[in-house]
Design a protein around this ligand. Structure first.
Ligand SMILES: [Mg+2]
Length: 212
């Protein structure tokens, strides 16, 4: 098996031609010439996986909470008294709308998966108190309703997400700590703060810079 990717030092387009200098450019990416990326470790050969967060990346938790609570927050975690009120709906995770940018973001990730050989999965978490008893079920059902081709992985808690990271895997997540822990685990993280253009640019920059 021929290897093309960050550890091989060379790349190959789907036309079979090696790229000069082994570098894949953003232009090639747009033209659909990005090769399949593989990375190796001591024991296995794995595909690169893109892990997409759900809450506040593809599922609009914040919009639901703002509407329910009648106020906005810029914090990444909700105050306890607000959390108690949100718990009034045990099926909250089933009832979330998609974020405005969810469809476009998923479509871009699907492109990378189908054309270039990445895996694509949701990586989500249940609340740290595990106090939404329908959370596991409802998150899977939400994904099946909106993006049925993408399987759902659970941390299970937010601080566990990094254990899913293999070298080179990419996380798109809104939470600062999740991104920091992911990078420490050997992956690449794009922190999504609602700006689709910025997120996609950072994703393309990672591909350009690290997958040569
Ligand atoms: Mg999130």
């Amino acid at each position: 098996m021929h290897l093309y990717g960050p550890l091989s030092g060379k790349t190959k387009s789907n036309t079979g031609q090696l790229n000069e200098g082994g570098k894949v450019t953003s232009l090639q990416l747009k033209m659909g010439l990005l090769p399949h990326f593989y990375h190796s470790n001591t024991y296995t050969m794995n595909k690169i996986t893109i892990y997409l967060d759900m809450d506040d990346v593809t599922a609009d938790f914040k919009a639901y909470a703002n509407k329910t609570l009648g106020k906005k927050t810029t914090d990444e975690r909700w105050p306890h008294e607000d959390w108690i009120r949100l718990r009034d709906n045990p099926h909250l995770y089933r009832d979330l709308d998609k974020t405005p940018e969810a469809d476009a973001l998923v479509e871009c990730c699907r492109y990378l998966r189908t054309k270039h050989g990445f895996d694509l999965k949701f990586l989500t978490a249940v609340p740290r108190g595990n106090d939404f008893h329908w959370a596991f079920y409802d998150k899977v059902m939400w994904a099946q309703q909106h993006f049925p081709d993408i399987p759902v992985m659970f941390g299970p808690f937010s601080h566990d997400k990094h254990v899913h990271c293999s070298d080179g895997d990419i996380l798109i997540d809104d939470r600062t700590s999740n991104c920091e822990e992911w990078r420490k685990a050997g992956g690449f993280a794009v922190q999504h703060r609602g700006d689709l253009s910025k997120t996609l640019k950072e994703l393309m920059d990672i591909l350009d810079e690290h997958f040569q």
